[in-house]
Design a protein around this ligand. Structure first.
Ligand code: URP
Ligand code: ZN
Ligand code: ZN
Length: 475
């Protein structure tokens, strides 16, 4: 026994119980009362603390070329930040360029990730950028063989799919044991509104929200679900942000369809008001909140919380996609010195370090149970993405990715003092967390000591996803 976490309260998706947790060779080797350490076993006193599985952030964009630049965090700095917030696995999006086979592209990205040295484990979702030929579509099977069984299609952006390509991707995924995620927004209406607002000289970040409003997202959520039903395939709606979409997912699930939804902390905490004023008390400007899709109104925020409580929303992830303040300013003056507007702001915000502390804090305040927080931030991610053979729970045989959480500790997010990514600001500045991780272990090794990153660059490994065949709404 290498490590013994003693006297804490273990929280799983289903139950909470007092137990010691033993770790041997990076795996959880025993869970029980009064476990005795061997000579040389490191003992961690967890009295008064919760013992949780490390979170899985199923939606990050590290080192991603986007909006004329590259997201600020790479596989190392992003996973360092993740570790310090109790997230011990990330699933990073890599989007296939037009004309390049996904399997070739995946190999390049796995090499890139290894070269940057992730601090904790990582996996990859394959962004679908080109399924215009049968050969490209058939190549998805090779990606599955390489350990990536999750794909994401985009209904917006230049590289997005049309409905026919989306349908074909769903059919292929079903055949090969994969899950398709979707960024659902109505491209044509979004494009129309962008043109209209720009022609009316409405160029501020507020019009980013207006052109990607509730209806633009909700219509696409409904259409995506219809396409999945037509294909008889499971579907995962990423970054769900609106009440209409929540209702559509609820209906499809009640009918027995394998439709799943993810939301993100920003949709549970902020509203569209940030595009008017920002958060000036923390020197955050409206452009700092420009992400895609944008935050919506209070009705949507409340519907998402209800969706979490009643099981309609299955997972919480961040969509971590950080850009520097000077890049966010491209909405005023572009990179090339031209007049900017809301479409020239790189889309994305940071959050990988904040997700678990945020949702656990909300649980600590009574908004949801700790079990629910664990379920949506870890267990369901592992199940959905074929990683539950090694991740997502405090269970004998699984990787010892463990968070010791102090429910009494208060931490106020301060980018200069207690954040560990590469970004020069965070939209989470000033947010108070009631409770915070005091120790985080990845494969039984301490990576966060409650204050600093104490792990190793390059210690994180690629996690292969098993094939998945989700047949209904529950696991
Ligand atoms: O604003 C974001 N989230 N940028 C990343 C791309 C996406 O659609 O997830
Ligand atoms: Zn997206
Ligand atoms: Zn994203």
């Amino acid at each position: 026994m290498d490590l013994l976490i003693k006297g804490g309260k273990v929280v799983t998706a289903k139950s909470t119980f007092k137990a010691d947790v033993a770790v041997t060779n990076g795996k959880i080797s025993a869970i029980g009362t009064n476990l005795k350490p061997d000579a040389g076993t490191e003992v961690v006193d967890a009295k008064g603390k919760l013992v949780l599985p490390g979170a899985i952030d199923g939606h990050t964009h590290m080192a991603m070329p986007f909006g004329g630049t590259i997201s600020t965090d790479d596989y190392f700095t992003g996973t360092r930040a993740a570790a310090c917030g109790g997230t011990t696995t990330i699933i990073n999006f890599e989007t296939q360029p037009v004309g390049v086979k996904m399997s070739k592209f995946l190999k390049e990205k796995l090499d890139l990730a290894e070269s940057q040295g992730p601090a904790v484990d990582y996996s990859i979702h394959m962004g679908v950028g080109d399924v215009t030929t049968q050969e490209m579509l058939d190549d998805m099977a090779k990606v599955v063989d390489m350990g990536v069984t999750s794909f994401k299609v985009f209904m917006v952006y230049d590289f997005g799919v049309d409905d026919g390509q989306f349908y074909a991707t769903l059919c292929k995924a079903k055949e090969i044991g994969a899950l398709v995620g979707v960024h659902a927004e109505n491209k044509n209406v979004n494009d129309y509104l962008v043109k209209k607002y720009l022609s009316e000289k409405k160029i501020s970040p507020w019009y980013h929200y207006m052109s990607k409003n509730e209806a633009v997202a909700g219509e696409a959520d409904e259409r995506a679900i219809n396409l999945a039903k037509m294909a008889g395939a499971p579907l995962y709606i990423v970054h769900l942000d609106n009440a209409q979409g929540v209702a559509a997912v609820a209906k499809a699930r009640a009918e027995g369809y394998p439709i799943f939804a993810e939301t993100c902390p920003q949709y549970l905490y902020f509203t569209k008001e940030v595009y008017k004023d920002g958060r000036p008390e923390f020197k955050l400007r409206p452009q700092d909140f420009v992400c895609s899709p944008p935050m919506k109104g209070k009705e949507s925020k409340d519907a998402l919380w209800d969706g979490i409580r009643n099981g309609v929303v299955s997972t919480l992830s961040t969509d971590h996609c950080p850009f520097l303040k000077k890049e966010k300013d491209w909405g005023k003056k572009t990179k090339d010195g031209k007049k900017g507007n809301f479409t020239t702001i790189p889309n994305g915000c940071a959050g990988v370090e904040n997700m678990y502390p945020f949702i656990l804090s909300e649980a600590n305040k009574g908004k949801i149970t700790f079990n629910k927080a664990v379920e949506i931030a870890s267990t369901n991610q592992a199940k959905l993405f074929g990683m539950d053979y090694c991740k997502g729970a405090i269970e004998v045989g699984l990787d010892a990715d463990i968070v010791v959480y102090d429910p009494k500790r208060k931490v106020v997010i301060n980018n200069n003092k207690n954040q560990h990514g590469a970004l020069d600001h965070t939209v989470w500045e000033g947010v108070e967390c009631k409770g915070y991780p005091c120790a985080v272990f990845s494969h039984g090794k301490l990576v966060f000591d409650g204050k600093d990153f104490v792990g190793e660059q390059g210690a994180g490994k690629f996690v292969k996803q098993k094939k998945v065949h989700h047949k209904g709404p529950s696991f």
